[in-house]
Design a binder for this molecule. Structure first.
Ligand code: FES
Ligand SMILES: [Fe+2]
Length: 393
């Protein structure tokens, strides 16, 4: 990542200073020691192979987490304009997410009330007031109302009011759209207000989606998640890319229920830096990494933020929706070039390194090796997270 993105500020906008963050974030950042003062504590912890490979564990997670609680389906930043809609394949369900003209985010099943056809087949953001079914051209508003039926004279009565799109309960939380997949009344209690406040301070709700990509990975979702909860791999797996930018020391960790916030100093960090230039871009000094319950990952970089939703689709399959967020669109050609290079780089780091590690790890796990995974002190955070998950199963 030590490329041109390190040197040029691509968007002419106020940078995020330490003082722009929540008090809680600031307190966490002030706990980061200089690298030489970091305290490393060894750990002896294991987890059995079956949590990454077994159908029983997968089913328990589906029942106890992904279908029981509201889960993230998309970012509100994807729909900045009222009157826009996007289709999302979420956890094996086709969804439509819209921002109505009244500026409300709504989540629907992407299925026509006539015979069930998908209404929107691509994953582009559409700015349009209505959605026309490709099959027999029933027309819906993006608020879900059935507006028009082709050849209504051929039906002996269709109650349009009763055939609006099937809606799921949803809520926007720190710029993340959560929905209750089984349609039941949601229990919002595991979403953390602190996480929402932190995400707001990081500018997530009002960010610009520079680029996004979907990865279909042959790995359990926790195998995909693990590298975002630990720093042990960074100097090793990422030796040829970003490894040299990050010290080999534990992060400062706070948990808010089953939500994790990690902050860490970049290489060469020492605490007095925070006060030497209070107007400095805090992202130059510190990396933020979050796991918002249960499967949303945020990782900050100097001029952009990576957001990933890790959606399990089978014990050994995960769909990752990745988005690179910037404070706004690039305003100059040079800025565009920086963003493009950053985007290419981050996709090659996450896609070519972290996600590749997940797939080659799953290959071993799926043939039963190792029988148990062993975690070290630089991976303690994974165990904290698993303990929070296991308490729900
Ligand atoms: S399935 Fe949509 S109009 Fe027939
Ligand atoms: Fe990584």
């Amino acid at each position: 990542m030590n490329n041109v993105a390190e040197m040029v500020r691509p968007v002419e906008r106020k940078v995020t200073r330490l003082s722009d963050l929540t008090e809680s974030q600031q307190a966490a950042i002030r706990m980061i020691p200089a690298e030489k003062d970091a305290v490393n504590v060894p750990l002896s912890a294991t987890r059995p192979n079956a949590i990454f490979t077994g159908q029983a564990r997968y089913d328990a997670e589906q029942a106890g987490i992904f279908r029981k609680y509201p889960v993230p389906v998309a970012l509100s930043a994807l729909l900045p304009e009222p009157g826009s809609v996007v289709a999302v394949e979420a956890y094996g369900k086709p969804l439509l997410v819209s921002r109505t003209r009244e500026d409300e985010i709504r989540v629907f099943i992407n299925a026509c009330q006539h015979k069930g056809s998908k209404l929107v087949e691509d994953c582009a953001v559409h700015r349009q007031g209505r959605i026309v079914c490709p099959y027999h051209a029933w027309t819906y508003g993006i608020d879900g109302k059935l507006i028009g039926v082709a050849r209504p004279d051929m039906f002996e009565g269709v109650d349009k009011q009763a055939r609006g799109l099937k809606e799921l309960p949803s809520r926007v939380w720190g710029g993340v759209i959560y929905a209750q997949l089984d349609g039941r009344e949601p229990d919002w209690s595991l979403l953390s207000q602190q996480i929402a406040d932190d995400f707001e301070a990081l500018g997530i709700p009002g960010a610009h989606v520079y680029g996004r990509r979907t990865f279909d990975l042959k790995a359990n979702w926790k195998v995909v998640l693990e590298p975002f909860l630990e720093g042990y791999h960074v100097q090793r797996l990422h030796a040829a890319s970003i490894g040299a930018l990050f010290p080999d020391a534990p992060n400062v960790v706070d948990m808010f229920g089953p939500n994790i916030r990690q902050v860490s100093g970049r290489i060469g960090y020492y605490p007095a830096m925070l006060d030497e230039n209070p107007d400095a871009n805090i992202h130059k000094l510190v990396t933020h990494a979050y796991t918002a319950f249960p499967n949303l990952v945020l990782v900050s970089s100097q001029y952009y933020t990576s957001m990933m939703i890790l959606m399990p689709t089978a014990p050994d399959r995960t769909t990752v929706h990745y988005a690179m967020l910037t404070p706004g669109p690039a305003q100059t050609e040079k800025a565009e070039e920086v963003f493009q290079r950053s985007y290419d780089l981050i996709l090659s780091v996450f896609g070519g390194e972290d996600f590749r590690a997940a797939e080659i790890t799953q290959a071993g796990l799926s043939c039963g090796v190792p029988e148990e995974t062993i975690y070290c002190g630089l991976e303690a955070n994974i165990i904290h997270y698993y303990e929070a998950l296991e308490a729900l199963l």
